[in-house]
Design a protein around this ligand. Sequence first.
Ligand code: CMC
Length: 376
Amino acid sequence: MEISNGLEDVCIKNTALTFIDGEKGVLRYRGYGIKDLVEKCSYEEVSFLMLFGELPDRKELAQFTSDIQKGYALPEFTRRVISSLPDDSDALSVFETAFASLSCGEDGFVWSRENIARKAPEALGRASAVVAAAFRHMVDKEMKMPVPTDSYAGSFLNACFDGDVSRQSVTVMNRALVLYADHEVPASTTAAIVSCSTLSDMYSSIAAAVAALKGPLHGGAAEAAYAQFEDIGSPENVDSWFQKNVVEGRRRLMGFGHRVYRTYDPRMAIFKSMARELSTSAEEKRTLEIAEKLEKLGVERFSPKQIFPNTDFYSGTAFKCIGFPIHMFTALFALSRTVGWIAHMSEYIENGGRIMRPRANYTGHGPRVLQSASQK
Ligand code: CMC
């Protein structure tokens, strides 16, 4: 049997959702370029596009937005689950646990178009409430459920923070949500598809995706990338840090490299410009300078191997400027990607996707005579 380590170049489904040209650095959702979507669309519009195939008209958008808002009120049992978790829980673990709890009562979930149209907006509303609750749990503040405003991003930020949230933060949050909404079939989406292929329910399958997202090689890379900037501490230390850790220590540069892109990840430049736009305090400017110096050294060293900065290199810098601590970054990614997971699962089932059941090539012992401890 031929083994593809890491499923490299294995195609697991047809998709009309997301197109990536890894050689040219192109990313499109249902035919629309990522830059256009970021500049012109709300996350709600992009979510509708991903789930139903076309951008919504005004009436469809109003209905979809109202359906999302119905999901803002989390069930009491999920609120209790979140409140009972340790104070130092990272937000993604809270997300994972909360979504696993939301699967209670979902036995026999059917992956029909009607159910997705009803349950997907509910899940998006709940994701917003869960991530906001995870944040407030982390910073030891009383839970606040999102309340409807003129945008999903704004309602989410208002549920996280006390006081006024700036228009600029809402715009950047919306853009970040659009940027992370889907990316074909990375590990987390594949985990979701494996789960739903058994006809498991939507919430359980999202929890499976979140588990796969957590690691530093995937969604956790934004936190790992930012941790490097903190570790470096000052722009003057970048060269020596890089030499010691990356050149001599052979440590991976986090926020660099991608299985599909052999050039710059197109999302990276957009996150970088948002990080630049938001970095106004001395500390923010210092972090940005560290990141930009590190990017330059990384590109010099790794571009001959076609390794370039990816979306996670600057996203944390932008999130930090909005006011989120490092252990929120992966949860913010998950918040956005929830729609991509649902859209891919729904597409897989609709296209007649079978249960995922690959094989493993056996390399162990041949037949052996068994002698248990009591027989020896
Ligand atoms: N720094 C240094 N070397 C690297 C890096 C890196 N960030 N990424 C890959 N390489 C090298 C690796 O050492 C290997 O070298 P060699 O052939 O000499 O042994 C070669 O490139 C191939 O690496 P690989 O791990 O086999 O490649 P992969 O396609 O399996 O892994 C990756 C892709 C994203 C896991 C990897 O590039 C990586 O670990 N990057 C750092 C973590 C990161 O930023 N992840 C975010 C990915 S993008 C957004 C997301 O998915 O969330």
